[in-house]
Design a protein around this ligand. Sequence first.
Ligand SMILES: [Zn+2]
Length: 287
Amino acid sequence: MIALLDIGGTKIAASSGRGAAIGPVRRIPTPVGSPLATLRGLIEGVMGGVLPEAIAISAPGPFDRAAGALREPPGMPASWHGLEMAYLLSQRFDCPVVVENDANCAALAEARLGAGAGHRTVVYWTVSTGIGCGIVRDSRILVGRHDTEGGHMVLWPAWLGGPPCHCGGAGCLEALASGRSIARRYGIAAEQLRDPEAWAEVGRWIGLATVNITAVHDPDVVIFGGGVCGSWSRFSPALFETVQQSLHLQPQPEITRGTLGEDRSLLGALLLAEDNGEDPARLLTAR
Ligand SMILES: [Zn+2]
């Protein structure tokens, strides 16, 4: 069995799995201290005393792809910054450890088993406290040298007055349409926001990001998930309208909500670990 972890700023989910099926999911609030002991305890709990064959981790970005370590993901307590998960957990459990960006894990799961099944090029956006993006082509996650964060695509540059982003830049998609930015701009949590014009603006920014990523990757389908998509009916009309108005050289991709629910990142992590046999050098991190 493969041990599965999905690490986030507010909660950590753990499970175990094989093939394309995961077991019961355990969730705990992300503790401020003792990150390594927390992860060890979760793995031991979900494995029920059996040693894992491998450990697959869905990590908040940005993470250090080469080292399989967290960097300084926004929202994570400082004790988690720099945690070398791949090395430390592979030492403790004597097994390979896969670490991948949580949006990439979710994208892989939706591409193979969810709303993207049967399509060749799949874009997945998670619109939650922050915004992440994963691209799957021919059933494989597209990765570069580092861990990319599509939420920091710049749509409203600083020289035109774009609002500051926590990444140090300005006018990123995440500074315009994430749950965090909605709370900051409108002084109310996204799930409580009712102002139609505010939601139309959110939808236009997400639509613009969808146009840009479509211009580059020409996806068959663009899939949305994450907590802010609970308000899909409020912002999707402006999203669709923006794509229709702004995309001229390509046919529109299908735009839809994901079908796998909040465990999709755990499932994607499992799929990555299962791929290990086919492509160990690319996917497994242990040193
Ligand atoms: Zn940014």
